[in-house]
Write a protein that binds this ligand. Sequence first.
Ligand code: SAM
Length: 255
Amino acid sequence: MMEAEDKQADAQTAPWRATVLTLFPEMFPGPLGISLAGQALERGVWALETVDIRDFARDKHRTVDDAPFGGGAGMVMRPDVVDDAIAATLRGEGGDGAGGGPARPLIFASPRGRPLGQQRVRELAAGPGVILLCGRYEGIDERVLEARAVEEVSLGDYVLSGGEPAALVLIDACARLLPGVMGSAQSQDEESFERGLLEYPHYTRPQEWQGRAVPEVLLSGHHEKIRAWRRAQAEQVTRARRPDLWARYRGAAQE
Ligand code: SAM
């Protein structure tokens, strides 16, 4: 009983945690170690650790990949090596009965995954953290992705040389939403995607720059008019640049 209570207390106080399974642990924290996310990392608001997949290789050459069955270019990361890395990471994790806090989702950065959006980022930031699996070469043997029911997430319709930049992006997007990381919660509410729209344009000093003036309404001090102007701008830019978002926004407004 006591043990269960301790675990619950731990889960409540444990920081949001990202674990990255990679062949290049030296890429972390990289850009996550600076600015607001870096300061929050130092303060213990969130935690970051890496697991070197190569440590789970089974031969003296520390081989992690092999040629693809069926032929073709490139190499494929072996399922046994990757699975051992995942198993070691999950030990001590909740959800599989091994103890610790609540289970974190296991995510594979992959161009074949569902495109990452702010909605999923928000869900992930609200949870206990993430375990991120980074591919290299042609990718990872499909069987381990199936066996571990891995969630595949894509950064966009282009191919990176490895999953690490995708992991850095996903963690950055989550970390900035954690309580105590960003200065103003209000600035989050109005950001692009938070309300289904891209954000309105910003202006600061000087009031006139290279013959371009700041829109008059922003100098008016009239909060209601400023809000209406910003909303109109957000709608206009979304309609012009992202017809997909605009259609969804209009659909939601009509419901
Ligand atoms: N052969 C794969 C394909 O065509 O789908 C591309 C492999 S890519 C060179 C190596 C690794 O980079 C992938 O396994 C994945 O982890 C990562 N990666 C590449 N593009 C990505 C993207 N758009 N989003 C997330 N991860 C990506």
